[in-house]
Design a protein around this ligand. Sequence first.
Ligand SMILES: NC(=O)c1ccc[n+]([C@@H]2O[C@H](COP(=O)([O-])OP(=O)(O)OC[C@H]3O[C@@H](n4cnc5c(N)ncnc54)[C@H](O)[C@@H]3O)[C@@H](O)[C@H]2O)c1
Length: 361
Amino acid sequence: MSEPMTFALLGCGSIAPTHARALAALPSEARLTHCCDIDPDRMKRLAEQFGLQPATWGEVLGNASIEAVTLCTPSGMHAAQAIEALEAGKHVILEKPMDVTVEACDRLLAAAAASDRRVGVISQHRFDPASVVARGVLDRGELGPLIAVDVRVPWYRTQQYYDSGDWRGTWEMDGGGCLMNQGIHTVDLMLWLAGPVERVYARARTAAHRGIEVEDLVCATIEFENGAIGSLTASTAMYPGFPARLGLHGVKGSLIIEGDALHTLAIEGKATVTGKVATAHARQVASGGTRAATEEVDKAAVAPAEEWAWGDAHRTQLDDFIRACREGRAPAIGGPEGRAAVAFIGACYRSAREDRPVGLA
Ligand SMILES: NC(=O)c1ccc[n+]([C@@H]2O[C@H](COP(=O)([O-])OP(=O)(O)OC[C@H]3O[C@@H](n4cnc5c(N)ncnc54)[C@H](O)[C@@H]3O)[C@@H](O)[C@H]2O)c1
């Protein structure tokens, strides 16, 4: 068995403790040793909380004992910092979005192609039990051909949230508003489960917040390459905020994920599972505890399984990333997947600006 992979973390803000905890929960696979931030107080706080060594970015890049970096910095910095890390011989996993423009994502893809190191993009909800079940149901064709996709991210963020960091709500560093920062999770699931997308026609507004450059409300009509059509609503202005929802509707059935859990799995001629039963069912299937989803739908009575908590999906994705680095394979979510979400969101923004449907060729 190989030694744990040594990590440094860049950007000691709100998502950083999730990474530090996730790596600490993988003691045989990973060892987080250093953290770095331009804000010395934040760096010190994270270092003390997790027993890390504070370091400058230059020290991290020059330290040959650090094999990988995890980037938790503002979104518009991701590609440039990842390229520096690759050039210093590090594997890189970075928070969503991969960066804020397709051009920046392409620069990182080119740097990754020229390197023998790996790039992963955090989009942790692909690892949620409900998402794993959905992927299996679709792979087995159990919903039949998809006809409709329903994407809703009716969230709420306070004015103080946008005022809490200079970079929030700016085109340069946030890259967009409710779609680029928040909706991207459900967009990524949509692309993974129902994509690719052919065309999108979107409307976007800054509907409720002050002093931000970007949208807090987007509605879009989506045409998928498989012939399905979809509707998307994303917001950070829908007080008090509601769970995100992804509905996949085929000619033989429907699967709905809501609030990161399996809400409904209904297949023609079989029992329907909903609510808590569906969620427990998804956890069991994802943990390998049961057979194919639809065999179990017939029974519709499933014992409760382990809780799936915040941080579990980050841990599972980091574990996959480390294994990918060790095995020399692509991680489950790498540069191409990260770019696809940014490209879709960029097409929505362009469509809204130019008031016309935009293709994703
Ligand atoms: N996967 C998720 O569920 C999730 C959740 C929250 C945030 N995120 C992503 O994580 C990233 C960070 O978001 P956040 O909410 O933690 O932001 P934040 O503002 O709380 O933290 C960012 C940190 O980066 C530091 N920083 C800025 N420039 C730097 C530089 N040049 N070098 C080193 N450090 C620098 C800041 O001082 C700050 O401490 C964003 O890309 C965001 O989209 C992902």
